[in-house]
Design a protein around this ligand. Sequence first.
Ligand code: SAM
Length: 203
Amino acid sequence: VTTDEFHRRHGESFRTNGYAKPPWHIYDQFVRAVHQPGAILEVSCGNGLLLRYVTELSGLPLEPYGLDINRDAIREARERTFPERAECFVHADLREGLPFARTFATILANPLYADPGYYEQVDGKIPRLHFDGSMERLIHTCWDALAPGGQLLLWCYDGHFAEIAPQIDDFRQMLNELNLGLTERPSGPVVFWESGEKGVKSQ
Ligand SMILES: C[S@@+](CC[C@H](N)C(=O)[O-])C[C@H]1O[C@@H](n2cnc3c(N)ncnc32)[C@H](O)[C@@H]1O
């Protein structure tokens, strides 16, 4: 499946996931970043559109799972984006742990969403992150839910990366102290922090 084919197949059948227009050029980076077949969890998946795109374009046999705090987004994921996997999309708050009693081959998470600073936006900007331990907790929760050989993919859109630029050293130090072998990799409109395979190249 190519990007054009995805659009031909689905036309306007999915909503835009909160964006004026879905950021397909960003979603393309996730298609390239995911390497493991099997269960893939997106923490804060919105309506699941990114997972749908990655699942169809990656060429890998993927079993998508998602959670989001927005009830309407999860309803949309269950009814429109993944009706065949409705039970795999759950309304939950990422700060309260994962609502799945299983492990995953890949987990995608934006750690900024766990920090209270993310919610203190002024003029659409993130003024400061609190580093109150909530990002660490989220990352540990995700790491614990990775199957052996699995990969954790943390990410941040370039706009947010620019916004946290004054605090980027603190952010990197926090990731460093976690000691999970997360490697920073800028990839066009998104920055990834990728782990090696759990139990193989890191930890
Ligand atoms: C900008 S959207 C990103 C949607 C999708 N991941 C994408 O990249 O297209 C951010 C999502 O994070 C979700 N979110 C924010 N805080 C959350 C929390 N505490 N628990 C779960 N989801 C949360 C929002 O409801 C929203 O759907």
